[in-house]
Design a protein around this ligand. Structure first.
Ligand code: ADP
Ligand code: GLC
Length: 490
């Protein structure tokens, strides 16, 4: 069992935890931040839904609660709870109810979100409370992640106000991405069983709809987001997705804490997914990884001498595919090649399929979610593209830095906070940045990267060295979370 100082006990409530359920970086954060907190003596437990993809893991689960009653509007339902433990001794609980969570994917298909996501996650929030009450565990803090857990602060401050088990629990809500707020038609409000006055401008109402994240922002004791720059950006109309006003009112409890990297998973020296390991002092293995990636993608082997760009991403508007598409032909003319791995919106998938079919010897598009290929791209490419319209933190730029794959990023959110723009005169920097969200600005950054790679080999080598020695390990950020937890519980 884990040794803890019994001082702060945290429950992470989240829709994703790697490797059980992952659609994006939230899953990585919820797997790695608890490990870093544990090293600081904090007890962290996690709870998430018992999705189909969870059951498919080769892990044993113990049923720890059965038929816990959960009221959902006028319906009396029940939840079972399963538990497993990580090798570090972190307990992970899973809320099970087949009708809601036993489905092929987590949130929906590429045709759209599941029609009953409001009910699914209201049920999840309520079942977490019902379970916590049943097992009488004394958590000090509920650390809620994204809109899927954002109703918990609302329940604690209203329904459970002064309650013997829950009255003293504090809540932290981390906003990983303001673009996803859990906004649903007003008809779902009765499923929450919250008092009608909360469907108002000072509650969950948002332009006539129900907005779960807004409720969490108003009722949480503390708010965090995943980089300092994003914490500022979300208070502006450009990045606020309509909630900038609510965030400005609540700015006294908002803090930006940069995400970290789990270097036991993302480290070219020990990565088991890549063709050869390598380090900052011996980069030979990186060339082997490039050859392997070219072969894996069925590209011509002579590309090895030419610049290779990589990208691993959810295919959604946020990620900047719209400004990338118009520059792909310019890349082709510069004899560069491009490997993309991603899935998401159909229109973006189709556009990438189309361009890959037109330039099969220089563009490879891999449709799907593939952990091994993600590692191979991050290790095997020379440059890594993240032209995001907005990016709360972004993890892949930090991963690629560690692998000496120089990131080309838009200067926003966590990308702004983690990449230093290269100066070809001084040889200082770790990547290539651009400001405006346009194909031309992106192209200028790519051109600088290509020029450096092709004609200033020594500078390129220096940049790679600086990138690989950046340290974004979790410890510093975990200390910031710990300070926040202590502040809330003192
Ligand atoms: P976001 O959370 O917005 O998707 P991040 O950069 O924070 O962006 O995290 C993305 C995570 O998801 C990274 O671990 C990345 O490797 C992974 N990822 C994204 N798309 C895929 C994919 N198609 N296949 C494998 N891994 C993917
Ligand atoms: C979100 C953001 C991403 C961030 C991740 C983990 O999905 O889009 O920028 O890195 O959450 O916090």
């Amino acid at each position: 069992m884990v040794k803890t100082n019994d001082k702060v006990k945290i429950l992470f409530i989240t829709p994703e935890v790697s490797p059980f359920a992952k659609r994006g970086g939230l899953a990585d954060v919820c797997a790695s931040l608890p490990k870093a907190l544990l090293k600081l003596g904090v007890q962290v437990d996690l709870i998430l839904p018992f999705y189909w993809c969870v059951k498919e893991q080769s892990v044993s689960f113990t049923k720890v609660a059965e038929d816990i009653p959960v009221t959902l509007g006028w319906r009396q339902l029940a939840a079972d709870v399963y538990q497993t433990e990580t090798k570090e001794g972190i307990r992970i609980f899973f809320i099970a109810r087949e009708e809601f969570f036993d489905r092929p994917s987590i949130y929906g298909t590429n045709k759209g979100a599941y029609f009953d996501n409001a009910e699914r996650y209201i049920f999840f929030n309520k079942a977490v409370l019902a379970f916590a009450e049943k097992i009488q565990e004394k958590w000090d803090i509920f650390h809620c992640h994204d809109w899927q857990a954002a109703l918990l602060p609302v329940y604690l401050k209203t329904y459970y106000f002064g309650h013997p088990t829950f009255g003293l629990i504090k809540t932290v809500l981390t906003i990983h991405n303001l673009g996803y707020q859990g906004t649903f038609s007003a008809e779902v409000f009765p499923f929450t069983n919250l008092p009608p006055h909360l469907f108002s401008i000072n509650g969950l109402e948002f332009w006539g709809q129900v907005n779960f994240l807004k409720g969490g922002i108003i009722f949480a004791d503390a708010l965090t987001t995943v980089s300092p720059t994003y914490a500022k950006e979300i208070q502006t109309a450009e990045y606020g997705f309509g909630l900038d006003g609510v965030l400005r009112v609540n700015v006294h409890k908002l803090k930006g804490i940069l995400n970290g990297v789990d270097y036991s998973e993302w480290n070219p020296e020990i990565d088991p997914h890549i063709a050869a390991n390598y380090s900052v002092s011996n980069l030979k293995g990186k060339d082997i990884c490039k050859q392997d990636l070219i072969k894996t993608c069925g590209l011509p082997l002579d590309l090895e001498q030419k610049p290779l760009l990589g990208m691993v991403t959810r295919l959604v508007e946020q990620k900047g595919i719209d400004i990338l598409l118009p520059v792909i032909e310019r890349l082709i003319q510069k004899e560069a090649s491009l490997v993309i791995l991603g899935e998401g919106e159909k229109r973006l998938e189709e556009a990438l399929k189309d361009i890959a079919a037109r330039y099969p010897s220089q563009v490879c598009f891999n449709l799907g979610f593939d952990k091994t290929l993600a590692h191979k791209i991050i290790a095997g490419a020379d440059m890594f593209l993240i032209p995001s319209k907005y990016e709360p933190c972004g993890l892949t730029q930090m991963y690629s830095l560690k692998y000496g794959t120089l990131p080309i990023v838009r200067n926003t959110g966590g990308l702004a906070d983690t990449v230093t723009d290269a100066d070809l005169d001084t040889g200082k920097g770790t990547g290539f940045k651009f400001d405006s969200y346009t194909p031309d600005a992106l192209w200028d950054a790519i051109k600088r990267a290509l020029l450096c790679y092709q004609e200033h080999k020594t500078v390129w080598h220096d940049l790679v060295q600086q990138a690989m020695t950046c340290d974004f390990s979790w410890e510093r950020s975990a200390r910031e979370y710990l300070a926040l937890y202590k502040e809330l519980t003192k």
